[in-house]
Design a protein around this ligand. Sequence first.
Ligand SMILES: Cc1cc2nc3c(=O)[nH]c(=O)nc-3n(C[C@H](O)[C@H](O)[C@H](O)COP(=O)(O)OP(=O)(O)OC[C@H]3O[C@@H](n4cnc5c(N)ncnc54)[C@H](O)[C@@H]3O)c2cc1C
Length: 345
Amino acid sequence: MGRNTTIVRANYGIDGNSEFYSHSLKLWEDMEQELNYNTMMSQRGIINLFHSDGQRDAFAKRGNMMISQGDDAIMLGRDEIREMLPYISYDNPRFPVYGGLYHPRGGTARHDAVAWGFARGADQRGVDIIQQCEVTGIDIENGVVRGVQTSRGPIRAKKVAIVVAGRSSQVAAMAGMRLPIESHVLQAFVTEGLKPCVDHVISFGMGHFYLSQSDKGGLVFGGDIDFYASYASRGNLHMAEHVMEAGMALMPMIGRAKVLRSWGGIMDMTPDGSPFIDRTQTEGLFINCGWCYGGFKAVPGSGKCFAHLMATGDYPPAASKLRLDRLARGHVIDEEATGSQHNLH
Ligand SMILES: Cc1cc2nc3c(=O)[nH]c(=O)nc-3n(C[C@H](O)[C@H](O)[C@H](O)COP(=O)(O)OP(=O)(O)OC[C@H]3O[C@@H](n4cnc5c(N)ncnc54)[C@H](O)[C@@H]3O)c2cc1C
């Protein structure tokens, strides 16, 4: 899993997504025990702020959908928010804080610890992990996958899985597939280490801005994708400016902190903002992609569902709607209701 802002949550509303992310969050809760590894899972709670009556209604609806799925959601008023988040601006006349949707079981986990934990667990179970090895071709004979070509030579295989996120379109093209995916850059930023001051993950309702404080003390924050398709894993300044402005509007104190670093990663954006876990038209070739900017929280659910599909050939209930043909069938899972536009999800 790539370098990211490490947020895990199950606050989706639409069928297809909600059961999947609910399943995934439950797996996160047991992961440290199962891997016997400290992934620094911290269920510190996520608060999505709202700033108008209309937004309150939308979040009340989302909270009810989360509760119907069996997850946790609590609507908080302005006074409760003020007690929990004393550091944000309540006097901003343009974006007054009306309240927030609180998801107590959401939080963060350390991304690289999760990768190390999984790598160690896989190794203990006899999996070979070959690093610095690029797949350059997929061998297919009469519609059946036979293996892959790599920068270190060919590897024969009866089953092949494509799980390459932002590079999905390029690798799938090696098997003659054209995916409904665009690759876009998403940036994130980290400040110098500060004393503990932000206890939760918070998001601003009037601009794309979200923030948490890492265990090292840095404020970790981000916003929207850069809005145009690109394979460049570096961010652009217009989005950096937008994110900083949103941060200043929400919590002016952030202006005192020094940003130490930023980075950009390539996101596999789908037209409806939801992922794919499926087989392909080539026998033995499977694909797992389209995580947009939410694939970290999906890690255990995605891995388990994908392994189930590859091992048994059956779609696991939690991922049965994440099929490649759903767009052609008109069964979109458009969580944000923004329509068929990759850069709006
Ligand atoms: C700045 C940022 C913040 C984010 N924040 C969050 C967040 O808070 N919460 C959340 O849930 N998600 C977040 N995400 C999204 C999340 O990181 C991704 O969705 C997730 O990492 C995707 O996981 P993956 O395993 O599918 O792909 P990746 O983690 O991208 O792994 C794909 C791997 O495939 C390899 N690869 C590519 N091409 C080839 C090839 N030809 N041959 C061999 N290997 C290849 C790559 O090197 C890479 O190692 C964020 C992403 C970014 C960039």
